[in-house]
Design a protein around this ligand. Structure first.
Ligand code: AVJ
Length: 321
């Protein structure tokens, strides 16, 4: 699973495309129609997500960065000397850099990501900046299985890093499953987990319905990507972006809503979508401190300190594995 050749990357990409085709087909045939948000992140989707993080309405990224910057020293002291950082998803070099700057002799950095090209770029960039750090990218879908290299001889704690409230994309059952797997591979170490908090729905609504329409473009990119990679012929003008807060489930839901009755012919099959019917593209769960600690506890972690911003918008948890 190491990146070692262009060929391996090509294979990984092809494998991803065929999963996308199968999952999209299954989504179109099911009711309700649901597809994993992991398919947002092709090259263009990753760029759109970077733009979301800069939006005035999208507070999570800058809030988490501020929390990490304010408490990096304390967090690093929990990590201890020669720690190894395992990052789930590799989109946030800025975040891990804040940790590495504060850590005492970081030993190794293992970013795990599904997108081989993005990962290779990020890893190479970081390796240049930290010549003494052992940077080993791992191309894998960390929601499926976690295979990590053995700890380095003489290494300190193995600390997982899962920032950005990506945990919010999982259903509670999926989150428990992911956390239980993470607890196993991090045993003896810890997980540093960033999570978006339950708050005024108006603030949440604005964050997922930005005035520049970048989130709408990000959502619609799922169909654009399908057109590019799978040859589905979706007319993007026939769908609108919908994002709303489902309070009983403490989650933002994103959907693509069909503006009219339409028929999609693809791969020798015909799919009908009625006016107002949706493709559910993302859940983004919001957490309370106690709710997240309980979830982590059920997965085998012992809850530790929690850092927050003054507005209690975002939280970063230290969880003992
Ligand atoms: C990357 C899953 C944390 O849920 O806020 C941003 C993705 N979707 N705007 C989030 C996202 C729409 C983001 N996560």
């Amino acid at each position: 699973f190491r990146i070692d050749s262009g060929e391996a990357q090509g294979e990984a990409r092809d494998a991803q495309s065929s999963c996308f085709a199968a999952d999209l087909k299954a989504a179109l045939l099911s009711h309700p129609r649901t597809i994993s948000p992991k398919y947002f992140y092709d090259e263009r989707g990753s760029r759109l997500f970077d733009r979301i993080c800069e939006l005035p309405e999208y507070y999570p990224t800058r809030t988490e960065l501020a929390i990490l910057a304010a408490h990096a020293g304390e967090i690093a002291s929990h990590m201890g000397p020669r720690a190894e950082v395992v990052e789930f998803g590799a989109g946030s070099l800025r975040k891990v850099r804040l940790l590495l700057e504060a850590m005492q002799e970081p030993a190794r950095y293992l970013p795990i990501d599904i997108s081989g090209e993005h990962l290779a770029r990020c890893a190479a960039e970081l390796q240049q900046e930290y010549p003494g750090l052992d940077v080993q990218p791992v191309v894998a879908d960390y929601t499926r299985r976690l295979l990590l290299p053995a700890p380095l001889p003489g290494a300190g704690r193995r600390v997982g890093f899962f920032p950005g409230s990506t945990i919010g994309n999982f259903t509670p059952e999926e989150a428990r499953h992911f956390l239980a797997t993470a607890a196993q591979v991090l045993r003896g170490g810890a997980l540093l987990l960033g999570a978006d908090m339950v708050k005024d729905p108006d603030i949440l609504h604005a964050a997922y319905n930005d005035s520049q329409g970048v989130t709408a473009a990000f959502n619609l990119n799922l169909l654009a990507r399908a057109n590019r990679e799978l040859g589905t012929g979706f007319d993007l003008g026939l769908f609108w972006h919908s994002a709303f807060y489902n309070a009983p489930k403490s989650r933002i839901e994103m959907h693509l809503v069909s503006r009219k009755n339409q028929r999609i012919e693809w791969d020798g099959e015909c799919f009908e979508i009625g006016e107002g019917e949706t493709l559910h593209t993302e859940n983004s769960y919001k957490f309370t401190i106690e709710g997240l600690r309980a979830l982590a506890g059920q997965a085998g972690f012992r809850p530790g300190p929690v850092w927050m911003d003054a507005g209690r918008r975002f939280c970063v948890h230290w969880l003992h594995a």
